[in-house]
Design a binder for this molecule. Structure first.
Ligand code: HEC
Ligand code: HEC
Length: 302
């Protein structure tokens, strides 16, 4: 009887902790942020229709700073020089039409800091007061964008100028060059130079942002998908006053970025998911066999 009372007390406190204290502590530490499905409803959709041909003719307004590799347009500056000039490297625009919300993009060209909810933006309001011109360029960027981006392309375009991903071998200035072992070859010299350039870039980026944006290799383990989704949709909703801008990607764009973060944060997930059904199948068969064996052992003994 005494044991039962002790058990009841233990069970009671366990349940109180489980349903009461833990969720309360959780809600205090991580406040709940409502997602909006990347609707960006604070931005008015311009009702002008963009003409990709006109946008193409006007694109030099952008390629003064941005490269568009898929169209054979090289960035005017290498990333380190760009960071010295702007604090950050203007991203290549080859995939921009595939990942940014169109409404956001048009608003961003006219007033970058406002669209990005950022205190300052190194990109000037190139298309201020020219909604038609901005819509034309957005239509052009959409027309040249690939239909489908790989997860990595999505990450590089939307996040890669600020965030490294060590497990994905990505740095803010590009992929870590491959080298052949530890022999002192020309490759190693190139790698050393590359590392120096990364450090120079990060130095300028930290000045621009107030701190170095964190490496995102394993962020998918540290933060829930829901957190990442609502954070990317509007960083201010979680970290009031943060320097990270709203990047204005679409819902599908976010799914791609998340797929990349998951692949570097949990690389064995696909394998685990493939093995799972086999393990369950094994247990099922094993259960049948064990039951059959038990039956046969007890036969005639009862
Ligand atoms: C004077 C240089 C300059 C010009 C001209 C310029 N940009 Fe930028 N752009 C930048 C810089 C710098 C950034 C990165 C800003 C940051 O991350 O704070 C940027 C960022 C962007 C981004 C990323 C936005 C995001 O949400 O993350 C897009 C898209 C973009 N620019 C498009 C354009 C387009 C389209 C044009 C032409 C209408 C253009 N830019 C003209 C310098 C420039
Ligand atoms: C213009 C630079 C810039 C871009 C582009 C950018 N970030 Fe960030 N990000 C930052 C900075 C700066 C911080 C540090 C914020 C802070 O601590 O206030 C940060 C922090 C974060 C964090 C950590 C948040 C936390 O609660 O600890 C995550 C997650 C993140 N960024 C995800 C992304 C993703 C995903 C993308 C692309 C879709 C992206 N960022 C694009 C600058 C950037």
């Amino acid at each position: 009887m005494k044991e039962l009372k002790v058990l009841a007390v233990v069970v009671f406190f366990t349940l109180v902790t489980y349903w009461g204290v833990e969720p309360f502590a959780h809600s205090v530490m991580h406040k709940h942020v409502e997602g909006h499905n990347f609707a960006y409803s604070d931005i008015n959709a311009s009702n002008v229709k963009g003409d990709p041909a006109k946008g193409k003719a006007a694109i030099s307004a952008c390629t003064a700073c941005h490269g568009i590799k898929s169209q054979g347009i090289k960035a005017p500056m290498d990333p380190v020089t760009a960071a010295n000039t702007y604090g950050v490297n203007p991203p290549d625009l080859s995939n921009a039409g595939a990942i940014y919300d169109e409404k956001f993009l048009i608003a961003f060209m006219q007033d970058p800091a406002h669209a990005a909810i950022a205190k300052k933006m190194a990109m000037p309001p190139i298309m201020a007061g020219n909604a038609q011109g901005a819509a034309d360029i957005a239509a052009y960027l959409k027309s040249i964008a690939p239909k489908e981006l790989t997860p990595k392309e999505a990450f590089v375009t939307a996040c890669g100028r600020c965030h490294a991903n060590r497990y994905g071998k990505w740095t803010q200035i590009g992929d870590v060059p491959k080298t052949k072992g530890n022999i002192k070859t020309g490759n190693d010299v190139a790698l050393e130079q590359f590392k120096i350039n990364v450090a120079k870039y990060q130095d300028k980026l930290a000045d621009y942002m107030g701190k170095l944006p964190p490496d995102l290799s394993i962020i998918s383990r540290a933060r829930s998908k829901e957190y990442l989704e609502t954070f990317v949709e509007n960083p201010q909703s979680h970290l009031k006053g943060t320097a990270m801008p709203r990047v204005g990607i679409t819902k599908e764009g976010f799914e791609k970025v998340y797929a990349y973060l998951e692949s570097t944060g949990d690389p064995s997930k696909p394998k685990r998911e493939k093995t799972g059904p086999w393990v369950l199948g094994f247990f099922l068969i094993f259960t049948f066999l064990a039951y059959g064996w038990y039956k046969s052992q007890w036969k005639g003994l009862k």
